[in-house]
Design a protein around this ligand. Structure first.
Ligand SMILES: NC(=O)c1ccc[n+]([C@@H]2O[C@H](COP(=O)([O-])OP(=O)(O)OC[C@H]3O[C@@H](n4cnc5c(N)ncnc54)[C@H](O)[C@@H]3O)[C@@H](O)[C@H]2O)c1
Length: 387
């Protein structure tokens, strides 16, 4: 029967939506995974000319992925794609296009260019990587140094550039990604391969991976005093991720997120680096490792990873409650927000079940339509034969 329980929780007492949203099991960051799936993947990276984006591009291009980069820094972007084309294992299909992620037209153009230039006719994965930090606290800093004072007749609003890049830009990227990832575009390398199992043993149809990788931050889960706008933007990305994973499974798209701690990239201002002097930082290679696992292991759906300084955390909990609690050696990568959909409140429960019901009904309608089409074709053939 198509439908969802009228009562809440479900008859079996479970409040979990994990299966409904196809969320996979908590990530075992110590388990081996294959990078073979990267070969032939068309991956679009915003902000890919520097830092994490550039490091992902180098790693994934070396495994045969085709990389498309959009960034403000044209010189760095062009130099990077030239380098990618020469890497051992590279497909040679790597392209750069200028893109300011805050400008909708730039992003529309970037996605169109990628789809049109793609050697496989489609886009398989998107990384929303472009990001900036505040150069002073937008909300509470320097208020009283304001030349006019906020009690002047028409005081200017604060410039919310960080929200524009880190939130509006990421929303634009995600919106376009859902459209283009859904678009037909066969990955030649996948022809004849097995179906991709997702989460709870179900499979994505057709056998083609579609993946959105969001980049939040440790500032997406904890406060970063002095970086109010940045912290708000990264919390917002977590809100985007946590909600999106409750709906985007309908499109056969997996969404995952990275939450790195401070890493020495051009993003970090010298003041930030000075504050961290002597303290531990996370490493680019650990961020690349976490991102590569999420990109390559196509069974990981709706999961978030924190990347911190390598360390050992003594956790008095079971592995089931705290993924990674049982790990013996040092590790830098930890699962985060693992249990969101295991116990949900009534709104989320009903909303997601409703989507599931609609999807199932559409599935039936699709079957009926197909049968009707077959009937019409067969009838037309019969009539032709009779003439
Ligand atoms: N480095 C860290 O400590 C750290 C920690 C957590 C999260 N992050 C996040 O990781 C992501 C990548 O940061 P990174 O450390 O690699 O920094 P980075 O400065 O090395 O790279 C960011 C890239 O984004 C590009 N960019 C900036 N504004 C843009 C715009 N409007 N349109 C297009 N491109 C734009 C820059 O030109 C640059 O190439 C960001 O979202 C950042 O917030 C970084």
């Amino acid at each position: 029967m198509v439908g969802f329980p009228a009562t809440f929780p479900a008859d079996d007492g479970s409040w979990s939506l994990v299966e409904t949203i196809h969320q996979s099991q908590p990530v075992d960051v110590t388990a081996p995974y294959s990078t073979a799936t990267l070969a032939g993947k068309v991956i679009l990276i915003t902000g890919g000319a520097s830092g994490f984006g550039a490091a992902f591009a180098r790693k994934w291009a070396g495994h045969g992925a085709h990389i498309f980069i959009g960034d403000l820094d044209d010189a760095a972007g062009e130099a990077l794609v030239a380098e990618l084309r020469t890497l051992p294992g590279s497909s040679g299909y790597h392209y750069y296009q200028h893109c300011d992620v805050t400008k909708w037209v730039d992003q529309v153009s970037l996605f169109k260019m990628a789809a049109a230039t793609s050697p496989t006719g489609g886009i398989d994965a998107v990384v929303a990587g472009a990001g900036i930090v505040e150069r002073g606290d937008t909300v509470s800093g320097n208020i009283f140094d304001h030349p006019q004072g906020l009690d002047a007749e028409n005081p200017p609003p604060p410039k919310l550039n960080v929200l524009a890049v880190n939130l509006t830009g990421v929303m634009y990227t995600t919106h376009l990604a859902i459209f283009w990832l859904k678009r037909r575009g066969s990955r030649k390398s996948e022809e004849g391969t097995e179906e991709i199992s997702v989460g709870t043993g179900e499979t994505l149809q057709p056998p083609r991976d579609r993946h959105i990788l969001l980049i939040s931050s440790i500032a997406g889960v904890s406060p970063l005093p002095g970086q109010t706008e940045y912290t708000a933007s990264k919390h917002a990305v977590m809100g985007l991720f946590r909600s999106l994973r409750g709906t985007v499974w309908r499109q056969g798209i997996r969404v995952n997120v990275l939450n790195p701690y401070f890493v020495d990239t051009p993003l970090l201002p010298w003041r930030g680096l000075a504050l961290l002097a002597g303290g531990a930082k996370a490493e680019v290679e650990d961020v690349v490792e976490a991102g590569t696992r999420l990109m390559a292991d196509q069974s990981i759906v709706g999961r978030g990873l924190v990347i911190g300084p390598k360390g050992r955390i003594e956790v008095n909990a079971s592995e089931e409650d705290v993924p990674g609690a049982g790990v013996k050696g040092e590790q830098a990568i930890w699962e985060i927000y693992a249990h969101d959909y295991e116990k949900v409140e009534v709104f989320v429960w009903r909303f997601v079940q409703m989507l599931n019901t609609v999807k199932k009904i559409r599935g039936w309608i699709g079957t009926v339509k197909d049968l009707f089409r077959i009937y019409r074709v067969e009838r037309a053939k019969k009539l032709q034969r009779a003439q």
